[in-house]
Design a protein around this ligand. Structure first.
Ligand code: GUN
Length: 287
């Protein structure tokens, strides 16, 4: 872990940290393959959501780079829940597959909860299965979701302390809730804000560490941030002109925040790196 101290107006380069982690994982995977285990993840992609196709391609490239096996199973938009569940069960039974990821969102009519619950908990590299969510809540060993893990790892690797600091999480969804839990476990004092929060700016201005995971483009403006705060942007949105932005107004904040993650190149690559780490872990556990 890096011991660099926090300097002002620093860009938290998730892309560079993730590249380092991938290099470490590549060594681990090579050793496992020599011992006869080839860590492999299967991704089930249903339909043709454009963002999902980009994310899956990024995961495939990252797996290739570290030597993790990648099996892509594509199903058409017209696939039924029964079709998807049958594929998941097949992957559950396949001993050469260590991790299973059902790319979300799923087409209308297919229940995400049913698909998540169908994945064998020991192959749930997304950390979404209720058993893993429950074990994590009890502080037990469990797969945890890749984005919150990636955020925590980025803070650790860039030498940003968490214990004793006030963390404000904006968003209570699939990222915000588990992230808040990890922050509490890391001894932060945590405030969770959401769409019904009254006077959001007053709360966000109290943050030493501010996490934007509301899914609203450029929700966090410069006047909502304490000068010097650490700002982590979990959002990613494609604007009508084709450019990408996050939940944070990056250009306005970069002169105010002490440290800030860019979009793209911040949390996204860390999420993918944690998927690789979870897959290696699943393969190690499977023996
Ligand atoms: N869609 C967007 N992010 C994710 C993720 O982390 N896991 C899955 N399965 N689908 C996603």
């Amino acid at each position: 872990m890096s011991t660099r101290s926090v300097t002002s107006h620093r860009i938290l380069d998730g892309k560079a940290v993730a590249a380092r982690l991938r290099a470490e994982l590549a060594g681990e995977v090579a050793a496992m393959r020599q011992r006869g285990t080839h860590p492999t993840v299967a991704v089930l992609l249903v339909g043709d959501d454009p963002a999902s196709q980009v994310y899956v391609r990024n995961k495939q490239r990252a797996c290739g780079e570290v030597g993790i096996g990648f099996r892509l199973q594509r199903l058409p938009t017209a696939a039924t829940e029964t079709d998807v569940l049958a594929h998941i069960r097949e992957l559950n039974a396949d001993r050469t597959v260590h991790g299973i990821l059902v790319q979300l969102p799923l087409p209308r009519g297919i229940r995400e909860a049913a698909c998540i619950q169908a994945v064998a908990p020991e192959k749930d590299v997304d950390g979404f299965h209720p058993l893993n969510v429950g074990l994590a809540a009890q502080g037990e060993d469990a797969f945890q979701p890749c984005t919150p893990l990636g955020v925590m790892r980025l803070l650790a690797e860039t030498g940003i302390p968490v214990a004793g600091r006030h963390a404000v999480v904006v968003g209570r969804g699939a990222v915000g809730r588990p992230l808040a839990d990890l922050l509490v476990r890391a001894h932060a004092t945590v405030t969770i804000c959401h769409s019904k929060t009254r006077d959001l700016p007053t709360l966000t201005r109290q943050a030493d560490l501010l996490f934007a995971c509301a899914g609203v483009p450029r929700l966090i403006r410069a006047d909502m941030v304490q000068p010097g705060a650490v700002v982590v942007d979990v959002g990613i949105h494609r604007l009508t002109d084709g450019s990408l932005c996050g939940d944070v107004d990056f250009e306005a904040l970069r002169g105010v925040a002490g440290c800030i993650t860019p979009v793209p190149g911040g949390v996204g690559p860390m999420t993918v790196a944690m998927l690789l780490a979870n897959t290696v872990r699943a393969a190690l556990r499977a023996g």
